[in-house]
Design a protein around this ligand. Structure first.
Ligand code: CA
Length: 186
């Protein structure tokens, strides 16, 4: 793998961009305004799902039914408005895989398979860097070596159980260990 590595597929929220506290706060606040409960910590467990999937999990649990299309659109819209009141980082759009590109979302391998396709990469030419259990599962299911960096409040064992090949406590630790993990790309 050391010789073949051509790309690192970074998860964004919680890895490149410390946005997860905002996401979890936004989910919690919007659900509460609809009389529904989604704790900030539970939001970390759903990180990487599509908005519709997260909303339906809460609806099924608390109301015993799926949300209607209108409810999904309106709740997700409110959550996005709240989240977007925070600053955004800049990335190269053509190499990003976003919520608009995917149909299934994590833990389906789709987002990382799409990233390989966009980058013209084979699974063994890349590694995934992830912070969320569902994201680790997605990277693992895409057949890519997956490093978990535990930047949130969850127990690291959750990330190992999800299929992480390596668990690190922070992005700084990944940076510190980089040279021993991977030889320079030549
Ligand atoms: Ca993430």
């Amino acid at each position: 793998m050391k010789k073949k590595l051509k790309a690192v597929l970074f998860d964004m929220d919680g890895v490149l961009f410390d946005s997860m506290p905002y996401h979890s706060e936004a989910w919690h606040t919007v659900m509460k305004s609809h009389g529904l409960t989604l704790s900030r910590e539970e939001a970390y467990m759903h990180e990487g799902r599509t908005g519709a999937s997260t909303i339906n999990i809460v609806f099924q649990r608390e109301l015993g039914r799926e949300a209607t299309q209108e409810e999904i659109e309106s709740i997700y819209q409110e959550k996005s408005v709240l989240f977007n009141s925070y600053p955004e980082a800049m990335f190269r759009k053509e190499l990003m895989v976003t919520a608009f590109d995917v149909k299934y979302g994590k833990p389906n391998p789709e987002p990382y398979l799409m990233a390989l396709k966009k980058g013209g990469l084979k699974a063994d030419e890349a590694i995934v860097v992830e912070n969320a259990p569902l994201g680790v599962e997605a990277g693992h299911n895409a057949g890519i070596f997956t490093i978990a960096v535990n930047t949130g409040p969850l127990d690291g064992q959750v990330l190992l159980d999800a299929g992480a090949d390596l668990l690190l406590p922070s992005m700084q630790a990944l940076s510190d260990h980089w040279d021993t993990l991977f030889e320079k790309n030549t």
